[in-house]
Design a protein. Structure first.
Length: 367
């Protein structure tokens, strides 16, 4: 027999067997009948309770057996299919291919497949447009690999307002020289014009296709009625591919000869800017000879692989025909618009026999 059913039978036996106590004493039949009826009534109530309990137990047993025989299936948890996408394999680029991509020529704000390949190499969004973000990353990559940045597109400059509309009618102008101010390999026409007693440098740059201009001498007094300002020549003292503009300041009164003051201008950040010293003061150079025996000139040299400008302020010691020569060189590094002095034993003051002929500029010049 099923253990659960044996348990049920035992419970029934316990509940059904109800003792009847019959007293055979001297009680009357009437009292005995009353007692028996009372006991029978109690027994009947117990039987009804037992029947109700049996019914409840049977229902519970059937429910348990049903659960055992037909277990409720556990819900199946579907495992999500995790299909890992294999990362796209980026083809390896050789060192030679990397250098070729980095040093190729690109056009500003022109969309191309070549630019997209460059952007992929740089690890930036490859939309094919060459703009500021691409240019910055491009230059960084070139400098990290010590590659030239000559093919990096320059940022085009916005056109200035016409000088005649902004300042006034041009009253006079100097001769024109042609130098490569913007470093694009094409000559730019440069001249100095006079408007209302002020001097202005103008340059027709092929880089922007516009005329750029700048007032000369904001830091001092250079009235057009007192001095002539003349574009002399161009140099490339730092060998960056762009020419510096040398302007000569010639007083309109006094001796015609002698050493003349010069200032240097560069085309930087889309405008003409005067070259300063490290204290932001325009650096002035004298060139030529004085009657008292000084000789001023410039040399362009390379020291330890670096292009430098050496400015000489030499002078004679003694009388003409019997003198020695004092060499006083100052080596300068041009970075952007700043001349910074370079200290080196190669450029120390010295005294030696008088040179013959007297030294002059050695820098290559264009005009």
């Amino acid at each position: 027999m099923n253990p659960k059913r044996r348990l049920l039978a035992a419970l029934i036996s316990t509940l059904v067997i109800v003792p009847f106590t019959v007293s055979c004493g001297g009680t009357s039949n009437s009292d005995l009948e009353t007692s028996l009826r009372s006991q029978l009534s109690a027994t009947q109530a117990q039987l009804e309770q037992a029947q109700e309990l049996i019914t409840n137990l049977q229902d519970q047993i059937e429910s348990i057996e049903s659960t055992v025989q037909n277990p409720v299936p556990e819900p199946e948890i579907e495992e999500a299919e995790t299909s890992e996408e294999a990362p796209e394999e980026t083809p390896e680029v050789s060192d030679a291919e990397t250098e070729a991509i980095l040093t190729a020529e690109y056009e500003w704000l022109v969309q191309s497949d070549d630019t997209a390949r460059l952007q992929e190499l740089l690890g930036i969004e490859a939309d094919g447009w060459y703009g500021n973000g691409t240019r910055t990353a491009h230059i960084t990559a070139l400098e990290n690999l010590e590659l030239p940045v000559t093919n990096v597109p320059e940022i085009p400059c916005a056109a200035q307002d016409e000088i005649a509309k902004e300042i006034g009618e041009i009253e006079s102008e100097s001769d024109t020289i042609e130098i490569d101010l913007d470093g694009d390999g094409n000559p730019d026409q440069v001249k100095v014009v006079t408007i209302a007693d002020n001097k202005y440098i103008t340059a027709e740059t092929s880089y922007s296709g516009n005329l750029v201009w700048k007032e000369f001498g904001e830091w001092g007094s250079f009235s057009a009625s007192e001095v002539a300002v003349t574009p002399e020549f161009g140099t490339d003292v730092n060998q960056d591919g762009a020419n510096e503009l040398w302007l000569k300041i010639n007083p309109l009164t006094g001796p015609a000869g002698g050493a003349k003051q010069h200032y240097v201008y560069v085309f930087q950040d889309c405008e003409l800017q005067v070259a300063n010293d490290t204290e932001a003061t325009p650096y002035d150079f004298y060139r030529g000879n004085t009657v008292s025996g000084e000789t001023f000139y410039i040399d362009c040299v390379t020291e330890n692989g670096e292009a430098l400008l050496v400015y000489h302020e030499d002078y004679r010691i003694g009388e003409p025909g019997d003198f020695v020569w004092a060499y006083v060189p100052t080596a300068l590094r041009l970075t952007g618009t700043t001349f910074e002095e370079v200290i080196s034993s190669s450029f120390e003051d010295d005294i030696s026999p008088a040179p013959d002929p007297l030294p002059t500029d050695s820098c290559p010049k264009v005009s």
